[in-house]
Write a protein that binds this ligand. Structure first.
Ligand code: AHG
Ligand code: MN
Ligand code: MN
Length: 349
């Protein structure tokens, strides 16, 4: 018989410890985070079954953004809708898969929290057994009265009270922050628990990995082409990168095409992810509220940085739920350099 592991901490007890740092906490956020971990276990089970049962392929529907919906997108969305805020903690939910925000009956507007999520990120990768994920952000409701609205929903990332993501990969991991570091938990399927595996994650300050879909190069601005060329061949301008790994040389490339997976690798190993605007998509592809802002919150709590090329992603106040944004995210020094290059360009990139 093998020895029991020395430090067994479940995510539930970690979240509970967090609550003890806030003596006046009502326990609502604790309950909500636990609801999210439960939802992610249900989704994980379904993702793992995807190769075994006939749930693969597109439903044929298009989501509000004109993209093909895979069956697991629908499933993951339904799981989140059913599992979240079961005790009335949530007054508004926003999902990548739903055109409009949803106001749960369970709280009648009295719930203190607003949750926005991408229930299944990278879903086009499911059919080929590549890691996918879930992303969520939690804000506190601003209005005191029950008549909640856009002022509660459309808040900047800077006001997030917690955010996280789940990666359904070779194992399922849950990574979250509530402002006290970034912590990662790995699902042990045999006991159905997320166990603390990555405490207080810090992203390397500089990196030697860039992640971008370079097939779009012809659709980038000349300035963006130059940014990526310099990442690849080495920077022309003198920067603090001189003592970075691969001194004097360019970086190497990694691109999975699942934002959560690319982000997760870069968070642990160091790296910078780019999704610049293209000629067709002047605001980029990724969504501010359900993708960029929660990951920006995570990366900043891990010592990294996220920018839209002009400012921190966390400073942007959304105009609408499904707003898109250019995204440069990862190791702090690398993202700051990209932001400087982009913001100094004569024409906006
Ligand atoms: P989603 O599956 O939630 O629609 O997100 C897909 C996103 C993201 O996961 C990924 O990084 C990006 O789309 C890839 O886009 P390209 O295929 O244009 O590179
Ligand atoms: Mn996504
Ligand atoms: Mn999605």
């Amino acid at each position: 018989m093998s020895q029991p592991p020395k430090n067994l901490q479940t995510i539930e007890s970690h979240i509970m410890n967090l609550q003890s740092l806030h003596p006046n906490a009502s326990g609502e956020l604790t309950g909500l985070l636990n609801d999210i971990t439960f939802a992610s276990k249900v989704i994980s089970r379904e993702v793992n079954k995807a190769g075994l049962v006939d749930i693969l392929g597109a439903t044929g529907d298009e989501n509000v953004q004109g993209e093909q919906v895979q069956k697991l997108d629908d499933y993951a969305n339904a799981v989140f809708m059913r599992c979240l805020g079961t005790k009335g903690q949530v007054s508004i939910m926003g999902s990548e898969e739903m055109a409009d925000p949803y106001y749960p009956d369970t709280s009648n507007g009295s719930g203190n929290y607003v949750v926005v999520f991408d229930p299944l990120d990278g879903s086009s990768n499911i059919d080929v057994n590549v890691s996918v994920g879930t992303i969520f952000g939690i804000w506190k409701k601003k209005s005191r009265l029950a008549n909640i609205g856009d002022v509660d929903l459309l808040q900047p990332g800077r006001d997030l009270v917690a955010a996280g993501y789940v990666i359904y990969g070779s194992s399922t991991m849950f990574v979250y922050s509530a402002g006290h570091g970034v912590h990662g938990f790995t699902l042990d399927p045999s006991i159905g628990e997320f166990l603390l595996s990555h405490e207080d994650i810090k992203i390397p300050f500089r990196s030697c990995i860039y992640s971008v879909n370079e097939a779009y190069e012809p659709k980038w601005s000349p300035e963006m082409r130059d940014v990526v060329r310099q990442l690849k061949y080495g920077r022309a301008t003198k920067t603090t990168r001189q003592d970075a790994p691969g001194k004097g040389a360019g970086m190497t490339a990694r691109y999975i095409g699942s934002l959560v997976s690319d982000f997760h690798r870069n968070l642990l190993k160091g790296g910078v992810y780019l999704y610049p605007p293209t000629m067709e998509k002047a605001e980029g592809k990724l969504r501010l509220m359900c993708e960029a802002a929660p990951l920006a919150y995570i990366v900043e709590n891990a010592g990294g940085y996220a920018s839209d090329g002009q400012q921190s992603i966390l400073e942007i106040t959304p105009r609408k739920l499904h707003q898109r944004v250019p995204l440069y995210i990862g190791s702090r020094d690398d993202v700051l350099w990209i932001e400087k290059m982009v913001s100094q360009a004569a024409d906006p990139i």
